[in-house]
Design a protein around this ligand. Structure first.
Ligand code: BG6
Length: 481
């Protein structure tokens, strides 16, 4: 049944100073600090390390205040609650620095101190958990102060806000960092169930032969969220659902789903195959995209009273290559919807010969499907028709299920950010996006950004604007089931 992961045999990362920009932001509190603590508890952090929280002078904290801040974040969001020696050891490694880089609390001084405390050769890891337009200053600060030496840099999504800004950001990074030092993060690529798509497809002969236009009718990638914008009004106003979720997470999932088999799982072949999918993605036609906004969004703090930012988006994408030509990929995501789910559905074609009486009447539409639920801990379901017991040859719907939780030990899970932070420290870029792939996605998105369709409103707690069904017609959304 369950095989324990080979954690013990993994290489240990080099000694590191980990510097987090945007330390007072939502991401640092929810994911990065709790993630680092879990890695520390799991024994996966380097032998010696320091974590430097970096913020603006207006949010200056003493080291002790920073430790309290981190304690609260870990208490609220981590699976391991902070306590005892484990917390004390981690807390002792936390220090605070300010940006701009001035005086004894300035970044260079604090990083220098941290490196001295660790001793020997120390790698720097800069995590830019800040909005795209704030990255320029930080990148040039790191470059001009020489902090880019022996360093790796993580850039949060969205990477730019359109093609021109992404190209500019790539050029700025290139000025001070080699491509091997740059990690453009998309945390959906660190989710267990997304990585498992590689195993499902390429470690088995059961599914891969079906994984093409001859057998597949449609693919859905559906990520509804009950969450609202959670006090992130000014960030969200500039970003919207398309930039926040589609051009980033949902397209990356599409890339993994649609790719050809890479020659190995190392960074170059894996990313080459994903990028080929992006090359084959048809440029989006704004007419086929539904943009929605929940009623009440205009009253949120930081939102313009006449805002046309979308909090919901549903669209059809097409991958024009010999494997997928003619198969629609339906993508949907939005805030304040009826449920929080992360579901991929692969709808299979019907057999050409209909020899069963109830098949002829169309009694079993959409009977054959593979459903991948990629919300942690994740599950996979195969829907198919079977003969119902009895004297007649009557078909009935059946389902086969695999649940991660039931088959493997949940405590071995690494949350997406934890997995990816670890991979950065080990220098493995396989699960990170590449500049050419990102630029291509902005190219695909350009017409939609230039000529956005008018907004349709929806009530909180629903499945989006009423016309959402039209996006997938003649098919149907899998959710609500
Ligand atoms: C983030 C988005 O990148 O992903 C959020 O900015 C979204 O708006 C989140 O809620 C969803 O990620 P997860 O890890 O909760 O599935």
């Amino acid at each position: 049944m369950s095989t324990p992961p080979a954690v013990a045999t993994r290489p240990k990362p080099d000694n590191h100073v980990i510097i987090i920009f945007g330390i007072t932001g939502d991401l640092a509190r929810r994911k990065i600090l709790p993630g680092l603590y879990h890695l520390a508890v799991a024994g996966l952090l380097p032998e010696r390390y320091r974590v430097v929280g970096c913020g603006r002078p207006s949010s200056l904290m003493t080291d002790d205040e920073f430790r309290t801040y981190a304690f609260d974040a870990v208490t609220e969001f981590a699976s391991d609650k902070p306590s005892g020696k484990e917390w004390a050891d981690f807390a002792a490694c936390l220090t605070f620095a300010i940006d701009p880089d001035e005086g004894q609390n300035g970044l260079s001084a604090v990083v220098g101190e941290a490196e001295k405390a660790i001793g020997g050769v120390v790698r720097r890891l800069f995590h830019l958990a800040i909005p795209p337009d704030a990255m320029h200053d930080v990148i040039s600060l790191l470059g001009t102060k020489g902090l880019n030496k022996n360093a790796r840099i993580i850039c949060e999504k969205p990477f730019g806000t359109d093609l021109t800004s992404a190209q500019k950001l790539n050029a700025e990074l290139d000025e001070y960092f080699d491509e091997s030092q740059i990690f453009r993060i998309d945390h959906f690529l660190g989710k267990e169930s997304i990585d498992n798509i590689l195993a499902l497809r390429f470690a088995n002969e059961l599914f891969e032969p079906l994984w093409r236009r001859t057998h597949v009718r449609y693919v859905q990638i559906d990520v509804p969220e009950t969450l609202s914008i959670e006090g992130r009004g000014s960030f969200y106003e500039e970003t919207g659902a398309f930039r926040d979720m589609v051009v980033t997470h949902l397209f990356q999932v599409l890339g993994i789903l649609a790719m050809e088999q890479p020659t190995s799982l190392t960074a170059k072949p894996l990313r080459n195959e994903v990028n080929k999918v992006f090359e084959s993605l048809r440029i989006l036609d704004p007419v086929t995209v539904l943009r929605g906004q929940y009623n009440g969004y205009l009253d949120e703090a930081g939102v313009a009273p006449d805002s046309t930012t979308e909090t919901f988006i549903a669209l059809r994408a097409w991958v024009d290559n010999s494997r997928w030509m003619g198969v629609p990929f339906y993508l949907r995501t939005g805030k304040c919807l009826a449920e929080s789910r992360q579901i991929i559905t692969i709808g299979l074609r019907e057999p050409v010969m209909e020899i069963f009486p109830d098949q002829k009447d169309g009694q079993h539409p959409d009977a054959d499907r593979l459903i991948i639920d990629f919300k942690d801990p994740g599950s996979i379901h195969a829907d198919f028709l079977v003969k119902q017991p009895g004297p007649e040859m009557t078909l009935g719907q059946a389902r086969m299920n695999f649940y991660y939780r039931e088959s493997f030990q949940e405590k071995n899970n690494l949350e997406a950010y934890e997995r990816l932070l670890l991979e950065v420290m080990l220098g493995n870029q396989a699960l990170f996006t590449r500049s050419d792939g990102i630029e291509r996605l902005w190219e695909v998105a350009a017409p939609l950004l230039e000529r956005p369709r008018p907004i349709e409103t929806y009530d909180k707690g629903t499945w989006g604007p009423k016309s959402v069904a039209d996006v997938v017609a003649p098919h149907h959304w899998t959710l609500p089931e």
